[in-house]
Design a binder for this molecule. Structure first.
Ligand SMILES: NC(=O)c1ccc[n+]([C@@H]2O[C@H](COP(=O)([O-])OP(=O)(O)OC[C@H]3O[C@@H](n4cnc5c(N)ncnc54)[C@H](OP(=O)(O)O)[C@@H]3O)[C@@H](O)[C@H]2O)c1
Length: 222
């Protein structure tokens, strides 16, 4: 069992929390408005879930998931995340996040931006390419014929192993998509973004095999 800290507990954060609890992990939920606003979700998830502050989720999480609008990344506390594996689910949408010059120019991928903010953490990009409803419904145990796969990108091999193990525990296979600099291959607008798991209109989605995810990553163009 792992204690998973969630910085952001909305659609994706709440879904990851739900899958984590179902797999027997503890979760520390946090958001921008404070723990009182997460009591309902924590109660729904049961005794393995607790609502707390972002700082406590960062301090208490063995694995921490940053799952907020990208524009909010400067508020993620770096010091308590030093030495930890941090999953970054964030996507850059300029219409929501405002223009970020390093991302507009292609100088950095959005996960490299997060890594720069968290220099002593090992950032792994994951969950960013799947619609939260599909993430909820496509989880399958290891060995299931209809298991779905998610791309992960990161610069630290041990962190990628930890994230692969976590994904496995909550019902997904992982495909290594390379370092954070290659994270553009799974950013919005690429073949692996959303489409392999079906249309957003279909709330259940459809399983995406390892081969489908590898082919979609390979087909990405800048
Ligand atoms: N929705 C999807 O299907 C999907 C799929 C893949 C990736 N993503 C990406 O994942 C990220 C989260 O998406 P989402 O759809 O889950 O968003 P969401 O439903 O809007 O939830 C965002 C969460 O972040 C919290 N938050 C906002 N600012 C914060 C801050 N400064 N510190 C701590 N928490 C903060 C919000 O808390 P408050 O409500 O208290 O402000 C909320 O709990 C985004 O970057 C998104 O692009 C989304």
């Amino acid at each position: 069992m792992t204690t998973v800290g969630l910085i952001g507990s909305g659609r994706i954060g709440g879904t990851v929390a739900r899958l984590a609890v179902a797999a027997g992990h503890q979760v520390l939920l946090s958001n921008s408005r404070g723990p009182d606003t997460l009591k309902g979700l924590a109660a729904e998830l049961g005794p393995l879930a607790r609502a707390t502050t972002g700082r406590e989720a960062a301090e208490g999480g063995e694995l921490v998931v940053v799952t907020i609008p990208l524009r909010a990344f400067p508020s993620v506390p770096a010091r308590p995340l030093a030495g930890k594996v941090v999953i970054d689910t964030c996507n850059y949408y300029p219409q929501r996040d405002g223009q970020i010059p390093e991302l507009d120019s292609g100088a950095l991928t959005s996960s490299e931006l997060i890594q720069r903010h968290l220099p002593e953490s090992a950032v792994v990009k994951a969950f960013n390419n799947i619609y939260y409803r599909h993430l909820a419904s496509l989880a399958r145990p290891s060995g299931a014929a209809d298991r779905s796969y998610l791309p992960i990108a990161g610069d630290d091999a041990a962190a990628k192993v930890a994230v692969t193990d976590f994904l496995d525990s909550i019902g997904y296979g992982a495909i290594d998509a390379g370092p954070l600099a290659e994270g553009w291959r799974q950013q919005p607008g690429t073949p692996v973004y959303g489409a392999p798991y079906g249309s957003f209109q279909d709330k259940k989605g459809s399983p995406a095999s390892a081969g489908a995810i590898r082919r979609a990553l390979a087909a990405a163009e800048r």
